[in-house]
Design a protein around this ligand. Structure first.
Ligand code: 8BR
Ligand code: 8BR
Ligand code: GLC
Length: 458
């Protein structure tokens, strides 16, 4: 099988070169994920006692933020009914208290920065500097060992220390994750696929609070950095986005002056004003990562409503529509690399050429399958355990469409003056958990690509 061979050689190449990736800056969102696996009886009892009619109202339309218990329970039902992810800010203290008392089954590292720090630093051994808005003892304990650093100012001097050595004793930023498997039933609702609802009881990440060290000493922090991944802008609203985005813009200016390529992990941004503001910043990034819902939402604010609808109307997503949307986005913003991922395949549109782009995608697909299969990946060698997960058969039609439309061969084509790289992914039938797979894909592909570019042996 062509793809099996391409997968195997891409993995070897990235593994052999990963130490060339350079130090990576990760900013801004890190939190604690308190994961609760939902149980039917418990949930039904809670819905009844909160008032079933009131709760069911929210199962049909999500509120903007969570202000009471019926809104919390209704939003969980909204997710279950559609098998869709959603995340909302929990404003009310009494609802936060209710969630804490409801409890959790496990505590995990959360936030794009936290998850990527543990993967890149703790698993791949790539040195990272992470922005952690609040470093409590619990937050620190969720970091893996390895070259993971946070800045600490001591008597005016900036030092880089492992989060466990920071000894900050700051607040806990907790996101309550309510997970359900495919087929989970509550009353007469049945989940069409596994997913989760997230209630963020967290004032720091939701407002993109930037630590004083990062506001005052950013140039020093990035002195030895060679790559950057920015995330966590998705929770902003039209009321609070201005100040944080100004800081992000200043940070991007510094990164660009130093020639440090920055990737934006887009994530679903419900507020349209914020989405437009992020789109205006996109040209300052080297690269952006998004899924089909996110790409459609970007097309919508670009006035491409027809294309947005087309992106959401096929399963698997029509790759020619995706390519058209990526071309429009690249031409409008000047971003050099767009990495699209969906259930079944990934595409990368780049304004430069080379097989290393596709090989980095293959490596990231293997990492995603390993994460889905094992839950937690503990070393880069674990990733190879996903080699036996079959390549998604349904995607043959996607590959054929790309060959026909763009003359694609072995996952590479030229479209206008761009290169289009494609890979079919490996899909794990019963994933352990779905949280953080998107982060695994995007960070592995971006960092993997630079490891190959900067390495000597590819
Ligand atoms: P999947 O579950 O298939 O990934 O798609 C669900 C989509 O809903 C995701 O793209 C997810 O990002 C998005 N989403 C999130 Br998260 N929060 C949302 C919200 N408040 N309203 C609507 N969609 C949301
Ligand atoms: P988002 O949450 O950003 O959409 O990222 C989720 C990605 O994880 C999907 O685009 C898909 O490629 C991948 N994925 C999912 Br969801 N389930 C998977 C599975 N069981 N095996 C491998 N990859 C999966
Ligand atoms: C978002 C959530 C966080 C979760 C992460 C997973 O950042 O706020 O709780 O861990 O997504 O990708």
């Amino acid at each position: 099988m062509v793809w099996d061979n391409l997968y195997a050689s891409a993995f070897e190449r990235v593994r052999g070169n990963i130490s060339n990736a350079g130090r990576v800056l990760l900013a801004y969102n890190t939190n604690i994920d308190a994961v609760k696996y939902l149980e039917r009886k418990d949930l039904e009892k809670r819905v009844e006692s909160a008032g079933k009619d009131e709760v069911l109202r929210y199962a049909d339309g999500l509120p903007k933020r969570i202000e009471n218990i019926p809104q919390l329970l209704g939003s969980i039902l909204w997710s279950i009914k559609r098998g869709k992810a959603a995340e909302l800010f929990v404003e009310s203290c009494s609802t936060r208290f209710y969630m804490r008392q409801w409890g959790w089954d496990e505590l995990r590292m959360g936030g794009q920065v936290g998850i990527m720090a543990n993967l890149l630093g703790g698993v791949y051994g790539v040195p990272v500097i992470a922005h952690v808005p609040q470093l409590s003892g619990l937050q620190a304990s969720l970091f893996k060992d390895g070259p993971i650093y946070v800045p600490k100012v001591e008597s005016g001097k900036l030092k880089l220390v492992h989060p466990k050595e920071f000894a900050g004793d700051e607040e806990n930023c907790i996101h309550h994750i309510y997970e359900f498997p495919r087929g989970f039933t509550v009353f007469d609702l049945e989940a069409p696929r596994e997913n989760r609802f997230i209630g963020s009881a967290d004032d720091y990440n939701s407002n993109v609070y930037v630590r004083p060290e990062f506001r005052e000493r950013f140039e020093e922090i990035v002195e030895s950095v060679e790559l950057a991944i920015i995330s966590g802008l998705q929770a902003l609203t039209k009321e609070n986005y201005r100040e944080p985005l100004e800081i992000v813009e200043e940070h991007l200016k510094v990164l660009n002056e130093k020639g440090i390529p920055a990737h934006l992990e887009f994530a679903f941004t419900p507020d349209e004003t914020v989405r437009k503001a992020i789109l205006d910043l996109l040209g300052k990034f080297w690269s952006v990562g998004l899924n089909e819902v996110e790409l459609a939402s970007v097309m919508e604010v670009m006035g491409e409503k027809g294309l947005a609808e087309k992106l959401l109307s096929h399963d698997p997503v029509d790759p020619v529509a995706v390519t058209e949307a990526m071309l429009k986005l690249a031409e409008k913003t000047g971003v050099k690399r767009i990495h699209f991922h969906t259930y079944g395949y990934y595409l990368a549109l780049t304004d430069y050429k080379g097989e290393f782009v596709r090989d980095a995608l293959l490596f990231s697909a293997l990492a995603a399958a390993a994460k889905a299969k094992l839950g937690d990946v503990s070393s880069i060698d674990d990733i190879v355990k996903a080699m036996d997960v079959p390549v998604n058969e349904k995607v043959k039609a996607v590959e054929d469409a790309l060959s026909k439309e763009y003359g694609m061969k072995d996952g590479i084509a030229e479209v206008n003056s761009y290169q289009l790289a494609f890979v079919p992914t490996k899909i794990v039938a019963k994933p352990k958990s779905t949280v953080g797979i998107g982060d695994t894909i995007s960070s592995s592909a971006f960092v993997g690509e630079f490891a190959l570019r900067r390495g000597k042996t590819f």
